[in-house]
Design a protein around this ligand. Structure first.
Ligand code: AMP
Length: 142
C-alpha cells in the first residue's frame, strides 16, 4: 500500500497558513479543523510546518504572549516530505526516525496532501487484520 492510496481515500486538501499568521489564529484553526499541524506556504512554496507541539513549546517559553507571535517564529523550516509513490512503510520510518507525526505529500513539486500518523496506523492495522483473516481462512480450508 502506498501514499497515493491514502490520499485518494482521505482527500488531497492541506490546511495551510502564511508565515505571518499569528499563533493565536493557528490555535483556533487547529481546533476548528481537528488537526495537529498546518503547512506554512507562500504562494506554492512550502516555507515550513507548524504543529501543536511547536505552539506548546512557545507557550512554555513566552506564556500567553506566544499567541501574538508569527508562524515563521515557531515553525520547522526544514520540512521532510514524501511522494505519492512512497510506501506506508517508508513514511512510518520517516516519522519514527524524525520523531514527527505529519508528512506533507509533494507531487511534481506541489503540495498534494498530508499524511498523519493516524492515517498510517489505521492502514497498517487494516493490513495486519487482512493478513490474519487470510491465514485463518487458509488454516480452515487446509
Ligand atoms: P508533530 O509530531 O508532527 O506534532 O511534530 C513534532 C515536531 O516536528 C514539530 O517541531 C514539528 O514542527 C516538526 N515536524 C512535524 N512534521 C514535520 C515534517 N514533515 N518535517 C519536518 N519537521 C516536522
Amino acid at each position: 500500500m502506498n501514499v497515493e492510496s491514502i490520499i485518494a481515500e482521505k482527500g488531497r486538501h492541506v490546511v495551510t497558513v502564511g508565515p505571518g499568521s499569528l499563533l493565536g489564529d493557528i490555535v483556533s484553526l487547529l481546533s476548528e479543523k481537528r488537526i495537529g499541524a498546518v503547512v506554512v506556504t507562500e504562494g506554492e512554496a512550502i516555507r515550513g510546518i507548524i504543529s501543536e507541539r511547536d505552539i506548546v513549546r512557545m507557550l512554555a517559553r513566552d506564556g500567553a504572549q506566544a499567541l501574538a507571535r508569527k508562524a515563521s517564529e515557531a515553525m520547522t523550516a526544514r520540512v521532510i516530505t514524501c511522494s505519492p509513490a512512497d510506501t506506508i512503510h517508508q513514511v512510518m520510518q520517516q516519522m519514527t526516525s524524525g520523531r514527527f507525526r505529519h508528512v506533507p505529500v509533494l507531487h511534481d513539486g506541489r503540495l498534494a496532501g498530508i499524511i498523519s500518523i493516524g492515517d498510517v496506523v489505521k492502514r497498517r492495522i487494516e493490513e495486519v487484520e487482512r493478513e490474519a483473516e487470510q491465514i485463518r481462512e487458509y488454516i480452515a480450508t487446509a
